[in-house]
Ligand binder design. Structure first.
Ligand code: ADP
Ligand code: 5GP
Length: 189
């Protein structure tokens, strides 16, 4: 595997990470989305092999046993997520920088694995109230799951200073411009 640069994007759930990541991928030909594996159900419109590899718990555990992951974790109760070695290798082979969209703990693990060749970005909503509103408006979690995500967000916010850059996602257009500029500068450096 010829190792290149890697971009790590993390954020409490609901901050707008997926939205910003999609915009970055569309804007930058030098970046490839690393498709994670997970065991949660697809949301409406999500596609296996595009948004995630949606595995059963049994399939996921088989991949763990095969040593297929750079990192993996139970991100929410009973829900596994992991970064596949094959994805990162595929994107490097395409001559691009893999972009991993990952929770805070996983982001710290990837950062530790690639300390000199990674750019790590923490995306944050302007406030916890706005985060709650965004999650409610997205309408993809039941009330109990929403509270679990918000509790986790409060904890994750305490880690923001561990990352290379914090980006506040208030105005989506401005946040997109800042993200694209930061990543392009890193890839040129
Ligand atoms: P995450 O991937 O961090 O969980 P999403 O990208 O799914 O977050 O965004 C959560 C919700 O907030 C979505 O409904 C999305 O359309 C909305 N959203 C994202 N960015 C903004 C923004 N800057 N202003 C208002 N709403 C936003
Ligand atoms: P969601 O269910 O909203 O798509 O993702 C939930 C959380 O899991 C997000 O913080 C997302 O970044 C994280 N996540 C996605 N893929 C991975 C992965 O491969 N590894 C880890 N550790 N977290 C991931």
């Amino acid at each position: 595997m010829s190792q290149g640069k890697i971009i790590i994007i993390t954020a409490p759930s609901g901050s707008g990470k997926t939205t910003l990541v999609r915009r970055l991928i569309a804007a930058s030909p030098h970046v490839g989305f690393s498709i994670s594996a997970c065991t949660r159900n697809p949301r409406p419109g999500e596609v296996h092999g595009k948004d995630y590899y949606f595995y059963t718990e049994e399939e996921f555990k088989q991949k763990i046993a095969e040593g297929a992951f750079v990192e993996w974790e139970m991100v929410y109760t009973g829900k596994y997520y992991g970064t596949l070695k094959s994805e990162v290798a595929r994107i490097w082979e395409e001559g691009k920088a893999p972009l991993v969209d990952i929770d805070v703990k996983g982001a710290l693990a990837i950062k530790a694995a690639y300390p000199d060749t990674s750019l790590s970005l923490f995306i944050q909503a302007p406030s916890l109230e706005i985060l709650r509103e965004r999650l409610q408006n997205r309408g993809t979690e039941n009330p109990q799951m929403l509270e679990e995500r918000l509790n986790k967000a409060v904890y994750e916010l305490t880690f923001s200073d561990k990352f290379d850059r914090v980006l506040v996602n208030d105005d989506l257009e401005l946040a997109t411009l800042e993200l694209v500029k930061t990543v392009e500068q890193f890839l040129k450096s």
